[in-house]
Design a binder for this molecule. Structure first.
Ligand code: IPE
Ligand code: IPE
Ligand code: MG
Length: 249
């Protein structure tokens, strides 16, 4: 058999359009290691990582993904150095300002999941502007997880549900899985069928713990700044070959 040349084009023609995940969630990891390998400051890795974010958002929109959730900053990431945290916030603000128009043009609806109130005021303002500017879009939902942690998300949901029980608007017996789901940041977002993590770490790092109960997981050794459109497509092809059984046979 004649061997085919390596597929480096990022060609989406081999994808089964009828079997795409509705929702892809990504743990974007490895910016710091990418920078260290190049003897650069970690912040340079985050800057390069922001370019990968642009590429992945464009690619998912083009492929026809409905929901894309990107883990950009965790509740634990606040413990990093002040310099790194503020550089990340500056980068985030820049990203929102520079990408807003493209999101509008490409019919992308922007949202944030996480403790938005902990973010600097100027970042909160840009988030609100971006949400407002894109609120009528329906091409793809882009969710940025910012100051996000699944455990605190679940605690928050538990408190809201407890308050409803306390006021009498909800009975204990009426609490179901649906009740929990409705009180998460992702209330209006379907569970991700596919979870991607870059940089080779085999862990979920407090991301969407409730929502990923039956997600297919793809871990690649590629560091986030080096992640390509072609690799995204390869992961989607691999996902399409999987047998999702949901506990059945
Ligand atoms: C991911 O890259 C970006 C954030 C968590 C903000 P890291 O900064 O975690 O990079 P590594 O894991 O140290 O290489
Ligand atoms: C997960 O990466 C969080 C984000 C990608 C925002 P981390 O680098 O913070 O997680 P650990 O330390 O590898 O678990
Ligand atoms: Mg990391």
């Amino acid at each position: 058999m004649k061997s085919k040349p390596a597929d480096i084009s990022g060609d989406i023609s081999g994808l089964d359009k009828s079997a795409l995940p509705l929702h892809i969630a990504v743990i974007m990891d490895g910016n710091g290691r990418w920078a260290r390998k190049k003897l650069l400051n970690r912040v340079k890795g985050h800057e390069k990582g922001a370019d990968t974010v642009r590429m992945v958002v464009r690619s998912c929109r083009e492929i026809g993904i409905s929901f894309l959730t990107l883990y950009a900053f965790s509740t634990e990431n606040w413990q990093r150095s002040k310099a790194e945290v503020s550089a990340l916030m500056v980068l985030l603000k820049k990203f929102l300002v520079s990408e807003r128009q493209e999101m509008v043009v490409n019919n992308i609806r922007f949202n944030v999941i996480g403790e938005e109130e902990r973010l600097p005021g100027n970042v909160q303002d840009e988030i609100q502007r971006t949400r407002d500017a894109t609120k009528n879009n329906n091409g793809m939902n882009l969710n940025l997880a910012l100051s996000y942690g699944a455990r605190s998300e679940i605690v928050r949901a538990a408190k809201e549900i407890a308050a409803e029980v306390q006021t009498g608007s909800l009975s204990v017996d009426a609490i179901t899985q649906e009740t929990i789901t409705r009180h998460l940041y992702t209330a209006h977002i379907p569970d991700p069928e596919l979870l991607i993590r870059t940089s080779g770490e085999m862990r979920v790092s407090n991301f969407l713990l409730w929502q990923i109960a039956y997600s297919e997981i793809a871990v690649t050794d590629t560091l986030w700044p080096d992640f390509t459109r072609n690799e995204l497509i390869q992961i989607l092809k691999e996902y399409q070959g999987r047998d999702r059984r949901f506990g059945c046979v």
